[in-house]
Ligand binder design. Structure first.
Ligand code: NAD
Ligand SMILES: O=C(O)C(=O)C[C@@H](O)[C@H](O)[C@H](O)COP(=O)(O)O
Ligand code: ZN
Length: 355
C-alpha cells in the first residue's frame, strides 16, 4: 500500500492506494467515528457493499443508502434524501459518511457531509478510475442543476481517501476510459514527463495492466494532491484542474447529463481548448494534434456532436464558476505540461466551436 498525505487548511488527510483495502480494517479504524452512513449506488452496492462487512461489524449505529446511479442523479433531491437519512440515523457532529462509489456518489455524499450540522466527517472510497485519480481528492463536493454543472456545493475535505484499485476490475470499458481523460489532464497541464509516459504506456493502460494502472493512479493522485494542497479553495493554480471543463461542463449540461460521461465531455473539451490555444498563438503548432492523438489512442471522443449548437454551449459557458467581470475564462495550454487561465472573447471561442 502507498500513502499520499494531502495538506489542507484544517490539517492533512491520507490517501491510501492499494489492493484489498475495502476489507482492511486497520486502514479504516482510526477514521470511522460516531454513527456511520454508507452511501453508494445500485451497481457498486451489488459488487462491493458486502466487502465492508468486517470494517462495519464493530459499529453499533449504521445505515446504508443506495441511490440510483448516473450523472442525472447528482441532484438536490438526492442530496436531500441523504440529509433525511442522516436525521433518521440520529447522526451527531461526530458521525461519519462513507462515500462508496464513483464521482457522482462522492460529490453528493461529500456535499451532504459538508452541510449536515454544518459539517461532519466523510471518508471517500472511490470505485471508478475517475474518482480514484481525481474526484475523491481535494474536497470539492456538490450537485448539478438543470441550469449548470456543479452549481451548488461546498469545499469539504475528507477525513481519508481509501483507493482500492481492485475495484477497477469490474468497471465497464466506457467508464474506465472516461477516467483516463482526467489522467491525461494532469500530463497536459503540469507534468509533461507524465504525458510522455502515458503515450508510451497507452496500450498497457487500455489493457488495464496492473503495474501501468497502479503507476497512473499514483502519479495522478500525486499531481492532484500537490495542486489542492497549494490552493485548496481555487484562488489560483487549482483552476488549471479545470482544463477542458468549461467546454465539457457546457456539453454535459446541454445534453441533460445523460449522453456523455464526465470524462468523455472533458476529453472533447481538452481537444477544443488545445486547438484554441494554438489558434490564439499561445501554444506551439502540433500541441493539439499530440494531445488529440493520445486521447484517440485511449478510445476517447474528441469531436463535438453535430446536434449541439455553438451558441447554446457559449450561453452555458457564461455560467462557468471561473468566470469574472462577465468574461469567460478558459484554461489554455502554453505547451504540453504548461497551462494558464485567460479571459477569452466569445468570437475567439466560436472559432473552435464552429471550425
Ligand atoms: N469533486 C471533484 O473534484 C470531481 C473531480 C472529477 C469529477 N467529478 C465528478 O465526478 C462525476 C463523474 O464520476 P464517475 O466518472 O466516477 O461517474 P459515476 O459516479 O457516475 O460512475 C460511473 C458508473 O460506474 C459505476 N461504477 C462505479 N464503480 C464501479 C465499479 N467498481 N465497478 C463497476 N461499476 C462501477 C457506477 O454505478 C456508474 O454507473 C461527475 O459528476 C463529475 O462532475 C468531481
Ligand atoms: O478538483 C478540481 O478543482 C477540479 O476542477 C477537478 C475537476 O476534474 C472536476 O470535474 C471538478 O468537479 C470540477 O469542478 P468545478 O468547480 O468546475 O465544478
Ligand atoms: Zn473533471
Amino acid at each position: 500500500m502507498k500513502v499520499i498525505q494531502v495538506a489542507h487548511r484544517g490539517g492533512e488527510y491520507p490517501v491510501y492506494i492499494g489492493q484489498g483495502l475495502l476489507a482492511t480494517t486497520s486502514v479504516w479504524s482510526r477514521h470511522l467515528h460516531g454513527r456511520v452512513l454508507v452511501v453508494t449506488d445500485q451497481t457498486v452496492a451489488e459488487h462491493y457493499l458486502a466487502r465492508l462487512k468486517p470494517v462495519l461489524s464493530e459499529i453499533d449505529h449504521k445505515q446504508r443508502v443506495i441511490l440510483p446511479e448516473g450523472e442525472e442523479q447528482k441532484t438536490l433531491a438526492n442530496w436531500q434524501r441523504l440529509i433525511d437519512e442522516l436525521v433518521e440515523l440520529g447522526a451527531q457532529r461526530d458521525a461519519t459518511v462513507v462515500a462508496l462509489g464513483g464521482g457522482v456518489i462522492g460529490d453528493m455524499a461529500g456535499f451532504a457531509a459538508a452541510a449536515y450540522m454544518r459539517g461532519i466527517g466523510v471518508i471517500q472510497v472511490p470505485t471508478t478510475l475517475l474518482a480514484q485519480v481525481d474526484a475523491a481528492v481535494g474536497g470539492k463536493t456538490g450537485v448539478n442543476l438543470a441550469a449548470g454543472k456543479n452549481l451548488v456545493g461546498a469545499f469539504h475535505s475528507p477525513a481519508a481517501v481509501i483507493v482500492d484499485v481492485d475495484t477497477l476490475t469490474t468497471l465497464d470499458d466506457r467508464d474506465y476510459r472516461a477516467g483516463l481523460a482526467e489522467v491525461v489532464k494532469y500530463g497536459a497541464i503540469r507534468d509533461a514527463g507524465f504525458l510522455a509516459w502515458l503515450e508510451q504506456e497507452a496500450d498497457a493502460l487500455t489493457a488495464r495492466l496492473p503495474d501501468a494502472l497502479m503507476e497512473a493512479v499514483f502519479r495522478s493522485v500525486g499531481n492532484k494532491a500537490e495542486v489542492v494542497a497549494a490552493d485548496e479553495r481555487e484562488a489560483g493554480e487549482r483552476a488549471l484542474l479545470n482544463f477542458g471543463h468549461t467546454f465539457g461542463h457546457a456539453l454535459e449540461t446541454a445534453t441533460g447529463y445523460q449522453r456523455f460521461r464526465h470524462g468523455e465531455a472533458v476529453a472533447i473539451g481538452m481537444g477544443l481548448a488545445a486547438r484554441l490555444s494554438e489558434w490564439l498563438g499561445l501554444a506551439p503548432v502540433g500541441t493539439a494534434d499530440r494531445l488529440l492523438a493520445l486521447l484517440r489512442r485511449l478510445d476517447l471522443p474528441t469531436e463535438l456532436p453535430d446536434d449541439v449548437a455553438a451558441d447554446r454551449l457559449l450561453a452555458l459557458m457564461r455560467l462557468d464558476k471561473k468566470n469574472a467581470a462577465d468574461q469567460i475564462r478558459l484554461v489554455l495550454l502554453e505547451d504540453i505540461g504548461r497551462a494558464v487561465v485567460r479571459p477569452c472573447p466569445s468570437d475567439d471561442i466560436r472559432e473552435v466551436l464552429m471550425p
